[in-house]
Design a protein. Sequence first.
Length: 350
Amino acid sequence: MRKVNWNAAGRSILALALGAVCGLIANWAGLPLPWMLGPMIGVTIAALIGAPLLGPERLRPYVIPVIGVLLGSGFTPEAFMAVSKWAVTLMLLVPFLMMAALASYTFYRKVGRFDPITAFFCAMPGGLNDMMIMGAQAGGDETRIALAHASRVLLVVLFVVLFFGFFMGVTTGDKASNWVELSALAPLDWAVLGACAVLGVILGKWIGLPAAPIFGPMILSGAAHLTGLVTVAPPSVIVITAQIVVGTVIGCRFMGRAPRDVGYEILLGLGASLSMITVAVGFAFLTAYLTGTDLSQAFLAYSPGGLTEMSLLALAMGQDVTYVSLSHIIRITLVIAAARPALRLVRRWL
């Protein structure tokens, strides 16, 4: 039987408790997407001042499928009727990724003075773990790559949420009218949603889906909701718990780093993120002009944040979850597939 490290467990529990309190404060203050944004901000600050926290990484594999099931509950027949409009967005992803990565790479090279390999993997808008592992294997600075991507996700989510909430007046769905009680689910609903979560992860990994822990459950949940097999979303208390865990994990990524070093990396991440966001805004305007897609929805599809975070934003802000999630899944797949060939071209160029 595996021995429990109670010191580590206590630090994780403390991080989650702090995340929950920050979520409550953010919800009371009326912040958009409070249950993820609150823990992100509060735990990041606590991590930087040296609080004895530890990210609840072991809980993440259990809560990500819950978010996948939640996102699938947002699938509607109306969304699939507009699938013809998605083609332009998906085709523009390749030039968008090239321009966004080039802008970020140039920033890290010219301003941050990073070596070419480290700058390359810091600039690629893929998943944190994938880019960190691939970058380390290629000889890059693993710590800087991890901090760059943690900063990117944190800053992009903060920028998008605050900009949409306070400047564009787009509100989130965290309201009492959208609250789903535990009692709202019949036994069959619990069984179907639970099966979507468990089987979605298993089938997603077996098929080789990108981001399988969220994408697999999302597909099965979407199918279940589209066919009418189930008509309710997961209970709100479970969804809020999942968001608190995700926000806490993001904040704890800055643990163990000197505040001065982290501050410098975050400033670099801010510059790189703003360069990518600028490119995203341009492509969002182009997509909206060509297809008539809502500008805020197109911007969410191109925003260089994490799949989980951007999809949650789309759902909370009443945007087309299917459209936004699919765009980010394809983005991550393209980045992972193209990273090594692109690196070889960069090396030849240098």
